[in-house]
Design a protein around this ligand. Structure first.
Ligand code: BGC
Length: 769
């Protein structure tokens, strides 16, 4: 995708918008060799190592304060002295990292430094919004900044490796780990994958603030059957290559140093012992130069998966398939030396794995600077630049989904005489810990400014009357607080209702079989709405919830996800209109649980409910069509949706040519330019996320009815219009086809530019041979 500014007049605004989104999404891939350079010291060192020391470099126990099946702290210290540990995860302070490091670089024979890894997922100390929220910004440059900031904080403590980004495509909100990724779209997911990698790793790994990225969980983890964490996945190769692999490939091309193999089985083969994905795709096709870490005990877990009966077989199968480092199982340490001695594992395979690990340790400069300076004191998250970034990131991530007028004006922003008396109600209004979501890393709830605190400050500043009532607990069943909440609502001009899940209800091992607001929160909403006062519902969650009934009762609905340390200030500024909401959904919001998995880029069926293009003008039989007897097929809110405090209009899309050549495109030839004018038709400045969609027909394998292939955030003043253009070439039009090749096929291309995935009028282009 590329943006072409129409006139110099808009250059500044364009550049801003472009830098904020589209252009960053296309940051050219760094050449991985340049990111992970060869170092002559690697082979020199390798030549001096015993088999045990080699296996040691592939052994990754967890630091002593963590829990886990095979963590024995005294042993770990001795193992480090013997050169039998290559990396430690979960050491998180400079003191702790240095203490372990000293054993390695001063007391072991070869003095090879340890690499410290940690789950720095959406911030280290300064907590940003959860990744799903960050993705709703559609702003890869912003995400890159948050990752860079987190890398600075983490590296100061000696942590030079994060188990992030999670680039799993997730189509099922029951799966709690949907919170950790960038949603359901491979194109957008790839843009964010690149942004995270560049942010963590910085310009060069040798920079002491560079933190190795780890794209996880390779692969297919997000397709867990039933949305149940760790569950089986079945994904055809076409879907694997067109949907689940692209964000990983983007991360590899951006230079990601490591990949984590997943827990799930993929097409009956555990992902941590899968030679097709770990070797054929990752090494042979993508030429990945970094190393593969297993997920936590996932090497050992191939025993319960059923493809190994003992630890020795598990180690052999997993290692031969392509896992290089064993997180926590310690099976590589126990078995690889003997497996090599008996010829069951080639010595060259062991050397390759160790070489990959050592190469990165040299690249990171760990041999030259194994220690970090001990900071004077453990400080709160008080860096003004970090807090400002956290606030801005939260503001960009809020998705406004309803803003219906009450008494002639939309409920939001809260303004003037219509909102002098505010009732703040709900269990999430003042819950600091929940604002951090899952994987809060080193964040401290004391650093969080809640919505209540920030609203109190605003009330004092603006002379507003604020009444607070908690109403109920997050998973509450008692209605004891309802009367107070209803009284507060009655005495107000407007209610801000803060409902949702707890911060721990999403993330790992946090799947849900129900997607409603938990506990008796729906009843609280009902009681508050019955007062007739306008309700602005702010929903905190790590996943899309089923909100059909809530949205009917509350005229304004905004998804806040888990916004991080600056939750309150960001929300108050948005609710009062100091800034306008700019987030767009990166996941479809279902109407009801029975619809899931539900995603916008689905295949058509032979019996679509409604599809003039697919049905070629014939009306479908109203009964024998795909669907439910008791629910529609459409989501409550589609992928890409998000309102703001102004409105935009789009002109019909214009294309630069009505005919393309597949052969020319496959040779990298010129594609088509697609453009539309976007106009701010409202009364205040706003940011619009302009989205480019395509559909391909007449292809060898069925293609989705919509596919995102470009986006741009543009800021427009009232009345201002901007011409936005995208280029479609091979990158956008090629897909993995029936012959197992990625190519542009002769086909019919439909293309359109729209504010979300459910709108827009397509233009038709022929792609000839
Ligand atoms: C999770 C990974 C995480 C690892 C290390 C596992 O349980 O699946 O995402 O990086 O633990 O903490």
């Amino acid at each position: 995708m590329a943006l072409i500014p129409p006139t110099a007049k808009f250059l500044r605004g364009f550049l801003l918008a472009g830098l904020l989104a589209g252009i960053a999404g296309r940051t050219p891939a760094q050449v991985p060799e340049a990111v992970i350079p060869d170092d002559p010291r690697v082979d020199a060192l390798l030549a001096r190592m015993t088999l045990e020391e080699k296996a040691g470099q592939l052994n990754q126990p967890s630091a002593e304060h963590a829990t886990g099946p095979v963590v024995r702290s005294d042993d770990e210290r001795e193992l480090i002295r013997q050169g039998l540990v290559g990396s430690i995860l979960n050491a998180d302070t400079a003191q702790e990292c240095n203490r372990y490091q000293q054993l390695a670089v001063e007391e072991s024979r070869l003095k090879i430094p340890l690499l410290f890894g940690l789950d720095v997922i959406h911030g280290f100390r300064t907590e940003f919004p959860i990744p799903l929220a960050l993705s709703a910004s559609w702003d890869p440059a912003l995400v890159e900044q948050t990752a860079r900031f987190a890398a600075r904080e983490a590296s100061r403590q000696g942590v030079r490796w994060t188990f992030s980004p999670m680039v799993d495509i997730a189509r099922d909100p029951r799966w709690g780990r949907i919170a950790e990724g960038s949603g359901e779209d491979p194109w957008l997911g790839s843009a964010f994958a690149r942004a995270y990698v560049h942010g963590y790793q910085g310009d060069r790994l040798s920079d002491p603030t560079a933190v190795l990225a780890c794209a996880k969980h390779f692969v297919g983890y997000g397709a867990a059957e039933g949305g149940r964490d760790y569950n089986t996945t079945e994904i055809s190769e076409v879907t694997l290559r067109n949907v689940y692999l692209p964000p990983f490939h983007a991360a590899v091309e951006a230079g990601a140093g490591t990949i984590m193999s997943a827990f799930n089985s993929l097409n009956s083969v555990p992902a941590s012992a899968n030679p097709f994905t770990l070797t054929t795709v990752l090494r042979d096709e993508w030429k990945f130069r970094g190393f593969v870490d297993s997920d936590w005990t996932s090497v050992q877990e191939i025993i319960p998966h059923g493809i190994a009966e003992d630890g020795r077989t598990a180690a052999r199968k997993s290692f031969l398939a392509g896992v290089d480092m064993d997180m926590v199982s310690s099976l590589f340490l126990s078995h690889l030396p003997e497996l090599v001695r008996t010829g069951q594992v080639p010595a060259g395979r062991l050397d390759d794995a160790v070489r990959r690990v050592l190469r990165l340790k040299f690249a990171l400069g760990l041999f030259d600077r194994p220690y970090v300076e001990i900071p004077a004191a453990r400080k709160p998250a008080d860096d003004p630049a970090g807090l400002e970034l956290a606030r801005r990131a939260a503001e960009e991530s809020f998705v406004l989904l309803e803003n219906r007028p009450v008494n002639g004006a939309p409920v939001l922003p809260l303004a003037g005489g219509r909102a002098r008396r505010i009732a703040l109600i709900g269990p999430l209004a003042d819950s600091a810990a929940d604002m951090l979501g899952s994987w809060k890393c080193e964040a401290d709830p004391h650093d969080v400014v809640t919505l209540k605190t920030a609203l109190e400050e605003r009330a004092v500043r603006d002379g507003l009357q604020l009444t607070y009532a908690r109403g109920t607990d997050i998973a509450g069943s008692s209605g004891a607080g309802f009367a107070e909440a209803v009284a507060a609502a009655r005495a107000s001009d407007v209610v801000v209702l803060a409902l949702g899940e707890s911060g721990g209800s999403s993330g790992e091992a946090s799947s849900r079989a129900h997607l409603d607001l938990p506990g008796n929160q729906p009843q609280l909403l009902e009681a508050v709405a019955a007062t007739g006062k306008p309700v602005a519902l702010v929903v905190f969650s790590g996943r899309p919830l089923t909100l059909a009934r809530a949205a009917a009762q509350a005229p304004a609905v905004m998804l806040a996800w888990f916004p991080g340390v600056q939750a309150g200030p960001a929300l108050v500024r948005t609710l009062f209109g100091d800034v306008a909401p700019a987030g767009r959904l990166t996941v479809s919001v279902p109407r009801s649980l029975g619809q899931v998995p539900l995603y916008y880029n689905a295949l058509n069926t032979g019996r679509p409910r409604q599809d003039p293009i697919g049905m070629q003008g014939r009306a479908p039989d109203p009964h024998y069509v795909t669907g439910y007897l008791d629910e529609t097929n459409t989501p409550l809110y589609p992928f890409g949706r998000g309102l703001t405090y102004t409105s935009f209009s789009y002109t019909p899309v214009k294309v630069s040519t009505a005919k393309l050549s597949a052969a020319a495109l496959n040779r990298g030839g010129v594609g088509v330019t697609v453009g539309a004018d976007v106009r701010n038709t409202g009364r205040r400045t706003g940011v619009e996320t302009v989205q480019l969609y395509i559909r391909l027909r007449g292809t060898s394998v069925a293609r989705p009815v919509h596919e995102l292939k470009g986006f741009a955030r543009v800021s427009l003043a009232p009345g201002e219009s901007r011409h936005v253009e995208f280029k479609l070439g091979r990158d956008e039009l090629a897909f993995w086809n029936q012959a197992g090749v990625k190519s542009v096929e002769p086909s019919t291309l439909y293309v359109w530019i729209a504010p979300d995935s459910a709108q827009g009028e397509p233009e038709k282009i022929e792609i000839a041979d």
